[in-house]
Ligand binder design. Structure first.
Ligand code: GTP
Ligand code: MG
Length: 350
């Protein structure tokens, strides 16, 4: 069984989002029940570009199938749910509430469910696999791994593949609260990237598209991704982050995420031109930061609304205090002010 890495306790994406959900739960104790819509994070890209590997490096539960050929053939909706249970577990919508706490089994079940619907090993389907992952460290967050976009192939191509892949992708990323992580293999030509074209077509302002260049470690000798990373090839409003995911060999050797992040860091720090590029456009942690910032920006309106409701409540409490001097109101005011202060980072830069 592939063990969950110890690293997911330090998962910064999870930490900040957990802070948000805790903050919202506390507010409801004070009668502030603001409904809030949470963005989803969707992974878009060509076949084998590294989408599932990027997703898996953020999640750090080793159950997302990755590999050669067309691997992801049904959209995989991973719905993270916070739970006080010590042991994390997964429930599949198609498996009647059965609990899976062996993550190797989870991977096998995803493969089985894929084969049950897509009988041809190259066929893809609209029908998503929906799984709930309950864990102590998780915030409530939805991640979606999409089937890869097919370019063209000289091999036999199943009849449904040409448009279906694009339609599935568009259906998911069309929602304006979806953050698009557009994964491009650094050893392909970024100027002809279908995924970038589709992302730009749907997200016209570019407010919610992050470019990710994967496989930087296995580019053709003599080539590099410097210009693309500096946003000089196909400019994106939010720019690009370069990453190095676990290779097939790393997976076979069960390389933990912490080791793979270390390897990635060493590569970027010692290899030209990356060693001279700004560190915030390189590596998995920079990607997490970028995703977190963008996630909060997408929630800007909701967060501003909530801040206003809290401030109104504080002011109202102040007014009431002058007329009745009830100490309970002081407590509410102080608690709300402290809550805003302790969570000020949630509102930063929005
Ligand atoms: N060396 C290296 N290998 C990578 C990198 N990213 C992904 N891979 C390998 O490339 C293969 C494909 O990766 P996946 O993550 O399955 O790609 P995908 O885009 O999800 O593929 P499909 O679901 O088939 O469209 C796997 O064997 C990965 O281990 C990388 O940055 N460096
Ligand atoms: Mg995949």
């Amino acid at each position: 069984m592939e063990k969950n890495s110890e690293n997911n306790n330090d998962n910064i994406l999870f930490q900040k989002l957990r802070k948000l959900t805790k903050f919202l739960a506390k507010l409801s104790d004070y009668g502030i029940n603001e409904s809030i819509k949470f963005p989803r994070i969707c992974f878009l890209g060509s076949i084998s570009s590294g989408k599932s590997s990027v997703l898996e490096s953020l999640l750090d539960f080793g159950f997302v199938p990755r590999g050669d050929g067309i691997v992801t053939r049904r959209p995989l909706e991973i719905r993270l749910r916070h739970s006080d249970n010590l042991e994390p577990y997964v429930i599949f919508e198609e498996r009647n509430g059965e609990k899976y706490s062996d993550f190797k089994k989870v991977e096998e079940t995803i493969e089985k469910l894929t084969d049950e619907v897509c009988r041809d090993y190259r066929a893809i389907s609209y029908k998503p696999i929906i799984l709930y992952l309950y864990s102590k460290i998780c915030p409530d967050l939805t991640l979606i791994d999409l089937p890869g976009l097919k370019r063209f192939s000289i091999c036999e191509v199943p009849r449904n593949i040409d448009d279906l892949d694009r339609n599935i992708a568009k259906r998911y990323i069309d929602d304006s609260l979806t953050l698009i992580v557009c994964v491009i293999s650094a050893n392909s030509d970024i100027c002809t990237s279908d995924s970038l074209r589709i992302a730009k077509e749907i997200d016209e302002t570019g407010e919610r598209t992050i470019g990710v260049l994967a496989k930087i470690d296995i580019m053709d000798e003599g080539t590099d991704a410097g210009k693309s990373l500096l946003n000089e090839e196909v400019p994106l409003k939010l720019g690009y982050i370069g990453v190095i995911n676990r290779s097939k060999r790393d997976r076979n050797n069960k390389l933990p995420l912490s080791e793979s992040i270390k390897k990635e860091k060493e590569f970027f720090q010692s290899t030209p031109p990356y060693k001279d590029l700004p560190s915030e456009i390189l590596g998995r942690n920079s990607l997490v930061n970028k995703i977190t910032q963008t996630y909060f920006k997408l929630m800007r309106e909701d967060l501003e609304r909530i801040k206003k409701v809290i401030n109104d409540k504080i002011n109202k409490t102040e007014g009431e205090k002058q007329s009745s001097s009830i100490s309970k109101d002081d407590d509410v005011k102080i608690t709300l002010m402290n809550l805003l202060k302790d969570n000020s980072d949630l509102f930063e830069g929005i």
